[in-house]
Design a binder for this molecule. Sequence first.
Ligand code: NAD
Length: 501
Amino acid sequence: MNATLWRPELLTGEPSEAGLLRNFVDGAFVSSESTFAKLSPVTGQKIFDVCEADAATVDAAVTAARAALKGPWGRMSEQERSVILRRVADELERRFDDLVAAEVGDTGKSISQARTLDIPRGAANFRAFADFATTASTESYTTTLADGRRALNYAVRKPVGVVAIIVPWNLPLLLLTWKVAPALACGNTVVVKPSEETPSSATVLAEVMADAGVPAGVFNLVHGFGPSSAGEFLTKHPGVDAITFTGESATGSAIAKAAADGVKATSFELGGKNAGLIFADADLDAAVEGSVRSVFTNGGQVCLCTERLYVERPVYEEFCSRLAARASELTFGWPSDEATVNMPLISQQHREKVLGYYELARSEGAKFHAGGGVPTFGDARDNGCYVQPTVVTGLPADARTNTEEIFGPICHIAPFDTEEEAFVLANNSKYGLAATVWTRDVGRAHRAGAALEVGIVWVNTWFLRDLRTPFGGVKLSGIGREGGNHSLHFYSELTNVCVEL
Ligand code: NAD
């Protein structure tokens, strides 16, 4: 087994010897010649050497996954598989501290967020999809032909086969298990590639799989990058039957091209440039606090985060000053401090991108109400990837600041005068993932649900998730829906059986 990941230094940022993270193929951890460094976003120090899977390692993982379809896993009933998946959830809870350390170490997110959101949701995904898979029905029809003959048609659910799962770094365990759990519940085997920025919690998950009794070859893990690395080797591998991907829209486009050659099924959860609409009739306290969450949670690094806020003119000035005041008071602390709210961006590269957008907003003529720079600490965090939570106004709807996904703690606020105008502004985007509407008008809430070109509309709330509901985006924000039965559709093939009676 891999060494335990729990090291207090991961939470405090104190120097320590970097650990080694390996690939997991056919039930065993395997090393590789090539490794890459995983740096702490809090202090910049190296916390792990990570074994990069080469083409041969990815091939071995896909081969093991294919063989496992014919092994004990393939012969189990849905009920037997779901018993194992519930054991995975139990084991994730037993390894809670390791997983918190892994997630906080890799991302610099606050320990309180990892404890209340990331890790519990990881375990919840396995229980939820164990339930869905064992209670799902399929359709059946009796058919009567003109000559009086009759037939019974019914659909049989079968696994798709080997599923490649490629995920980003922002909510690593949560987003990974959101796909691994339904894929396994439907009887598939998987090869997962976590982001190169967040290799740790996926490595703990590999240990959890083995300890929970998931047969060898069912869950395989390959570390590495995208192009010319493990990601591309996996998506182009002829032994992969389906690809499920969460990440940037441009990467989705590259993966779609790779998938086209093998006519592989794809499910894409991609980027966003989400709008929040605040109407004058809203509970303004709730709208301000809700917008603080929707803009700044996880350092603004959630695909569902709001980067464009539109506020009805009578409350526009008050909303801007209250949001800016709240942005300025969000606390910067060490991740191990329960009171910490802000977190660093994931890497220096991403920080340069976000700071580039702060500069772009400036050159486009934005007025800064909060932030706009980097915080200073006088300690090791000055080598980290922090930026200030930022609130800007004054830019036209077609400014790049308002049209491109920044994926950092920044929002632009603009006024509107009518409901119709608000919906037009919200829809003025090549993305269509989520929208948040703050209003006390019930009719307007439902009109927003119908009018907004997105996969998810939240009314008077944000990021409130029910795992049974359809999740996904329109336009550049994705293809397909996952969640509840929608996941079962993607991770299963249906065979129709027609029996003449
Ligand atoms: P990314 O697209 O750069 O990387 C995501 C994953 O794809 C990583 O594991 C990466 O190594 C891999 N990858 C990159 N190029 C590849 C290639 N050519 N072939 C195969 N794999 C490749 O995204 P990111 O920067 O890690 O994550 C941030 C993005 O993810 C944002 O755009 C965000 O909106 C999006 N996101 C979307 C959702 C959603 O549910 N819609 C959820 C979270 C994040």
